[in-house]
Design a protein around this ligand. Structure first.
Ligand SMILES: NC(=O)c1ccc[n+]([C@@H]2O[C@H](COP(=O)([O-])OP(=O)(O)OC[C@H]3O[C@@H](n4cnc5c(N)ncnc54)[C@H](O)[C@@H]3O)[C@@H](O)[C@H]2O)c1
Length: 461
């Protein structure tokens, strides 16, 4: 474990005790702290100067956008001053999620012209993350962009370049990195109690149409209510199709399949716990489309084996998502030489392994009694002092009921805007996690090992 990587990195954290629901949770969210010392440019009308609330607009107010608005309502350090969406009904949904007073529009660019807007929260389909981020950065806004940060490798690097040259705060939207659960797991990992870790297993499974993105098509969906041309502006031309609009995750033109939807959360979690902030060097995927044969581009079972560099000499990450059986749900397991760390959606468990030196009799079973006795005598001569007894005590930590990691993640973003300091899931971190999705999909669709080439910043294979 390279603890210096961790200590250099930004961490936006709150205490476990402060994570309870209600007033205490609100206070804790307001008091989240940031440790990264890099300063970035302030917005035009600096919120940090005035001490006023961070003023943000929400771009894309569908399923996630409305959830973000509901969480943002509980964060006292910011205020939503507008919502934009291409589907007019979702502007009503945004008002219902946050408040009837927020101004709404079909064209987010009208908000970018406003000097009193500090930031944007982007929750559009993946293929528009780049365009909206670049527009927002060009207008001097700080950006919270949903995961996966990029739809392609090139998009990710274009976003990194724009954010850094514009000296903007950027946060990708894998909210688990701000959770006290992941902070607890990071602390256990950094303590060295796992020993050397060379194998990590991560999974996220579902077994329902909704879990496989077969989302409802509302009856009012039509070219009159949806600005289809704007939806497909960075994608190949296609006639209006409500299935493509509401179930965009099924199609490579707009989404990234299991890689972009679920892998990215597990990859971000792995990055924050291990302190590794780099792409995998190699990835190999397999899988298939077994159940949801509805014309989608992506498999409903995907598994990828990655090679990751680490201070211990590297590890294998086996990442798998199945939409045909929900057993196991969400789970990230680190198998170390002296212990195992398992992170689920709501808990962290550390279990030590008994590696106390002992005479191993099994290998002597095919020997004579005399040989076995001699082997035992020699072993005891080489180990004159009895080892300390094994302490099997592990550790378990569970999230408090009602804990909202999205609210904490939003709060951390607002705090970063105020202090002009990086958040942990900044543009570089988010780009590395997204590259993991692209490596997985590249290997799956090319039937080949995907190699990351840092010199050209491209995937080869
Ligand atoms: N962090 C999480 O846990 C989490 C959960 C779900 C989704 N997401 C991410 O959030 C994003 C949105 O997912 P979703 O499920 O809400 O999709 P969705 O289809 O329900 O909503 C997307 C909305 O964006 C709007 N939109 C698209 N382009 C736009 C533009 N140029 N201007 C304004 N509005 C535009 C669409 O009209 C739509 O209403 C995706 O990137 C997804 O991966 C993250």
């Amino acid at each position: 474990m390279n603890t210096s990587q961790i200590s250099r990195r930004s961490f936006v954290r709150m205490s476990a005790g402060a994570a309870a629901v209600g007033a205490a949770a609100k206070a804790a969210i307001a008091n989240a702290t940031i440790l990264q010392p890099t300063s970035l440019a302030a917005p035009q009308d600096s919120a940090s100067d005035s001490g006023r609330k961070i003023r943000f607009v929400s771009i894309g107010t569908g399923i996630r956008g409305c959830d973000l608005l509901r969480s943002a309502r509980t964060v006292p350090t910011g205020i939503c001053v507008g919502a934009a969406d291409l589907y007019s009904t979702r502007l009503t949904a945004a008002k219902e999620a946050y408040g009837a007073d927020i101004p709404t529009t079909g064209d987010y660019r009208t908000f970018l012209d406003r000097k009193d807007v500090d930031a944007v929260i982007i929750a559009t389909s993946d293929h528009l993350h780049r365009r909206v981020t670049l527009d927002a950065v060009a207008a001097g806004k700080d950006v919270y962009c949903e995961k996966p940060m990029s739809h392609t490798v090139a998009d990710g690097f274009a976003m990194v370049e724009a954010v850094q040259s514009g000296r903007r705060i950027f946060q990708a939207g894998s909210q688990r990195v701000s959770s006290i659960l992941y902070e607890k797991a990071r602390q256990i990992y950094a303590s060295g109690r796992l020993g050397q870790v060379h194998f990590v297993d991560a999974q996220w499974n579902r077994n329902s149409p909704g879990g496989a993105w077969v989302y409802p098509i509302p009856p009012d969906a039509s070219p009159q209510t949806i600005d289809w041309d704007r939806f497909i502006q960075d994608a190949p031309p296609h006639p209006f199709d409500p299935i493509r609009f509401f179930r965009w995750r099924l199609f490579a033109d707009y989404g990234s399949g299991l890689g972009g939807d679920l892998f990215v959360h597990l990859l971000s979690g792995m990055q924050v716990i291990t302190g590794i902030n780099a792409p995998a060097t190699r990835a190999y995927s397999s899988g298939g489309l077994y159940h949801f044969k509805d014309g989608r581009d992506f498999p409903d079972l995907l598994e990828t084996i990655y090679d990751y560099p680490s201070a211990d000499g590297g590890f294998q990450l086996h990442l798998h998502c199945n939409q045909n059986n929900a057993d196991g749900d969400e789970r990230l397991s680190f198998f170390g030489s002296t212990g195992t760390l398992v992170v689920t959606g709501r808990s962290v468990t550390f279990t030590p392994q008994n590696v106390t030196p002992q005479f191993e009799g099994y290998g002597w079973n095919g020997m004579t009694q005399a040989q076995r006795q001699q082997g035992m005598d020699e072993w005891h001569a080489a180990h004159p002092t009895p080892p300390p007894p094994f302490d099997p005590t592990g550790e378990t930590f569970s999230l408090p009921k009602g804990y909202d990691d999205t609210a904490v993640h939003i709060s951390n973003f607002f705090r970063a805007i105020e202090t002009r300091q990086h958040v942990v899931e900044d543009e570089v971190f988010g780009n590395h996690a997204a590259i993991g999705c692209h490596l997985a999909n590249y290997s799956y669709f090319h039937h080949n090992v995907a190699m990351w080439d840092p010199a050209t910043k491209t995937i080869k294979g």
